[in-house]
Write a protein that binds this ligand. Structure first.
Ligand SMILES: *[C@@H]1O[C@H](CO)[C@@H](O)[C@H](O)[C@H]1NC(C)=O
Ligand SMILES: *[C@@H]1O[C@H](CO)[C@@H](O)[C@H](O)[C@H]1NC(C)=O
Ligand SMILES: *[C@@H]1O[C@H](CO)[C@@H](O)[C@H](O)[C@H]1NC(C)=O
Ligand SMILES: *[C@@H]1O[C@H](CO)[C@@H](O)[C@H](O)[C@H]1NC(C)=O
Ligand SMILES: *[C@@H]1O[C@H](CO)[C@@H](O)[C@H](O)[C@H]1NC(C)=O
Length: 415
C-alpha cells in the first residue's frame, strides 16, 4: 500500500481516537426505588435568568439559589441574569433507574436550531452525551429533530448512601474542565484526592476534560421520618435548602455540621412551626446554666409529613451554653465571572470570557484502565463500588492503533 496514504490514515485515525478518548463517567449500580439528594455542576452556556437555569433542570428557582448560597430574600431574585460561563450547583433528586443511579426528571423542548450534539455539549454543558439522549428517547434519526419535541435528558448522579468515609456527604456531578487536576479539584471542594479516587474508582489521580466525576461534599444529614417528603435531606456545608413547600430553610455549617432549620419566610401560608407545649418555633433554643452543665432546649424541624411541618422539642445537657447560631454567608447573584470563587467554572485558571486556556497539566496522558477495576482502598473508602465506564472503544482504539502501527511498520520496513 502507498505509504503516504497509510500515513494519512494513521493521522486521521489518531485524530478520531483523540476525539473519542473523553467519554468517561462514574456510575453507581443500584437496586430498588430509593433516591437521594444530589447536585449537578453546571456551567451556563449563555446569559440566563435564574428562573431559566432552573427551568432547564425542572428545578425550583429558590432551591437553585439556596444550594448556591445566594440570598433568596432579594427583590425579584428569580429574574436576575447570571453570566454565561458561570458555574452553579443544581439540586437534583438522584433515583435508581435501569440499575444505575441517574437523575431522570429533566425534560427539554427542542428549539429550531438544536442538534442532539448542541443540546448535550452546549445547553447541558457536557452533563449528558448526544448518544445518551438519543438512546433515552429512542430517536432513530438524530438529523430529523423537530422543534417542539420534548426530550428526556438523563443526567449523571451518585448517592453512595449520602456518606463518604461514614460521614454525611452530598455528591456533586462534575464535568472535568480543561486544565483541571484531581488535587486541584480536591482542594477546591474541601475533600481529598483519595476520596475522589475511591468514589470514582480511579486507578490513578488523572482525569480528562469531559470526564464526569462525583465529588463528595461534606454535608449535614437529617433524621426525618420515612414518611416525610424530604426524608434523607442532606445539605452541603456552606449552603441552604428550601423545603416544606417553601416554609422552611435548612442550612449547613459553617461552625459545625449539624443541620439547622428555621422558618423561611418566603411562602405565603405555612402550617404551625411552633413546638407543642412550648413557645419556641423551629430554630429557637433556650439555654440555662446548671450545676451539671448547660441545659439546652431546642425546637427542631423534623420533616414535612402530609402537608404538616413536624417539630421536635429536645432538652440536652451540653458542656457549654451555645452562642447565637452562625448561618453560612449568602451572596447576591453573581453578575460577572470571578476567579477562585465558589462559582469559578473550575479550580484552575480559566480565561475570562471563553478565551483559550493553556495549562501544561492538560497534557497528562490518559489512563487506560479497564472497566470495573476496584479502587485503591483508602483509609475507609466503603462506598466505592462505582464503576468508571472507560469505554471499551478505548481498548479497541488501542488495539486498532497497534495494528495500524504494525501495518505501517511492516509496509515501511517490508516485514
Ligand atoms: C448508610 O449511612 C448510614 C448513616 O447515614 C449508616 O448508618 C449506614 O451504615 C450506611 N449504610 C451502608 C450500607 O454503608
Ligand atoms: C407513617 O405513615 C404510616 C401510614 O401512612 C403510619 O402508619 C406511620 O405511623 C407513620 N410513621 C410516622 C413515623 O409518622
Ligand atoms: C465548612 O465550611 C466552612 C467554610 O465555609 C469551613 O470553614 C469548614 O471547615 C467546613 N467544614 C467541613 C467539615 O468541611
Ligand atoms: C425564634 O426564631 C425567630 C426566627 O427564626 C426569631 O425571630 C425569634 O426571636 C426567636 N425567638 C426566641 C425566643 O429565640
Ligand atoms: C393527610 O391529611 C389528610 C387531611 O389533612 C388526611 O385526610 C389524611 O388521612 C392524611 N394522611 C395520612 C397518611 O396521614
Amino acid at each position: 500500500m502507498d505509504k503516504k496514504l497509510l500515513l494519512l490514515f494513521f493521522i486521521s485515525f489518531l485524530l478520531a481516537a483523540a476525539a473519542t478518548a473523553t467519554a468517561k463517567s462514574t456510575i453507581e449500580p443500584c437496586t430498588g426505588g430509593s433516591s437521594c439528594y444530589a447536585l449537578l455542576g453546571y456551567t451556563l452556556y449563555a446569559d440566563l435568568k435564574v428562573s431559566e437555569v432552573a427551568a432547564l433542570f425542572q428545578a425550583d428557582p429558590l432551591a437553585l439559589l439556596a444550594v448556591n448560597a445566594i440570598d433568596v430574600s432579594l427583590p425579584d431574585v428569580e429574574n436576575r441574569i447570571l453570566p454565561s460561563g458561570l458555574f452553579v450547583r443544581v439540586p437534583a433528586i438522584c433515583s435508581c433507574s435501569g440499575g444505575i443511579r441517574r437523575s431522570i426528571s429533566t425534560r427539554y423542548t427542542v428549539r429550531p436550531s438544536d442538534t442532539l450534539a448542541s443540546i448535550a455539549a452546549s445547553v447541558y454543558a457536557g452533563l449528558v452525551s448526544a448518544d445518551q439522549i438519543q438512546e433515552e428517547n429512542t430517536i432513530s434519526d438524530p438529523a430529523a429533530l423537530d422543534a417542539g419535541t420534548p426530550l428526556a435528558v438523563p443526567l449523571p448522579c451518585t448517592c453512595f448512601n449520602s456518606t463518604d468515609n461514614f460521614l454525611p456527604a452530598v455528591y456533586l456531578s462534575y464535568v472535568v474542565q480543561q486544565g483541571d487536576s484531581v488535587p486541584g479539584i480536591a482542594s477546591h471542594y474541601a475533600t481529598t484526592v483519595t476520596d475522589i479516587m475511591n468514589a470514582n474508582s480511579l486507578g490513578s489521580p488523572s482525569v480528562q476534560p469531559g470526564d464526569i466525576i462525583s465529588i463528595p461534599l461534606p454535608a449535614c444529614s437529617s433524621m426525618f421520618s420515612k414518611n416525610a417528603t424530604d426524608y434523607g435531606l442532606t445539605v452541603a456545608n456552606g449552603t441552604y435548602f428550601i423545603t416544606a413547600s417553601h416554609c422552611v430553610q435548612c442550612s449547613c455549617g459553617p461552625g459545625n455540621l449539624n443541620l439547622y432549620c428555621t422558618p423561611a419566610f418566603v411562602a405565603a401560608s405555612c402550617s404551625s412551626m411552633q413546638c407543642s407545649n412550648s413557645n419556641l418555633i423551629i430554630g429557637n433554643f433556650t439555654s440555662q446554666q446548671t450545676s451539671a452543665g448547660c441545659s439546652v432546649t431546642s425546637c427542631d424541624y423534623s420533616g414535612f409529613v402530609n402537608g404538616s411541618i413536624i417539630t421536635t422539642l429536645t432538652t440536652s445537657i451540653e458542656p457549654q451554653c451555645p452562642g447565637m447560631h452562625q448561618l453560612p454567608p449568602v451572596i447576591s447573584p453573581p453578575t460577572a465571572l470571578e476567579h477562585g470563587s465558589f462559582f469559578s467554572p473550575s479550580p484552575s485558571p480559566v480565561a475570562e470570557s471563553g478565551g483559550t486556556i493553556t495549562n501544561p497539566r492538560s497534557s497528562v496522558p490518559a489512563t487506560f484502565s479497564l472497566p470495573g477495576i476496584s479502587p485503591a482502598s483508602g483509609p475507609s473508602g466503603s462506598f466505592s463500588d462505582a464503576i468508571v465506564i472507560r469505554p471499551l472503544c478505548h481498548n479497541l482504539d488501542m488495539l486498532a492503533y497497534s495494528l495500524f502501527v504494525f501495518s505501517l511498520l511492516s509496509s515501511v520496513y517490508g516485514i
